[in-house]
Every structure is written in C-alpha cells, then in structure tokens.
Design a protein around this ligand. Structure first.
Ligand code: SF4
Length: 72
C-alpha cells in the first residue's frame, strides 16, 4: 500500500491541548484549519503524499505538540 498518490501516514490531533496559535495552518493550510471555536482540525482526511513535508513541518512548529504524525 505505498502507491504514488496514496495518502500519508495517519495524523493524530491532540485537540484538547491546542492553544489556537495557528502556526500549523500557516505551514500547511491544505490540511489544517482552525474552527470557529479556535481549535485545530484536519480538513483533508487523506492528504496526498507530497504534502508530508509540510505536515511534518506543521507538527514541528506546533508550540504544544498537538500534531502527531505516524513514523515510517
Ligand atoms: S500549531 Fe498547534 S497549538 Fe497552534 S493551532 Fe496548530 S495544533 Fe493548535
């Protein structure tokens, strides 16, 4: 199951800890957004493989480590 164009590793959002900084949205708006309640959500449930670097960068900049991306 590693065909080109398949979706990336599962993403887990520990939303209870989101402080609504918006940093992840700036890094990867294709996948992350803030809702009206100010809490992050994953707007693309099956992002393309080529977004993985941006997703990992979003996880890296989150000040409270809300975004967890499964390892290879
Ligand atoms: S970077 Fe982290 S704390 Fe900021 S909005 Fe995204 S998930 Fe929430």
């Amino acid at each position: 199951m590693s065909e080109k164009g398949t979706h990336v590793k599962p993403i887990t959002l520990h939303v209870d800890f989101c402080i609504s900084s918006g940093a992840c949205v700036l890094e990867c708006p294709e996948v992350f957004a803030l809702g009206d309640d100010g809490v992050v959500s994953q707007i693309d449930p099956q992002p393309a493989d080529d977004l993985l670097p941006k997703i990992r960068q979003a996880a890296a900049v989150c000040p409270v480590s809300v975004i967890e991306v499964a390892d290879d």
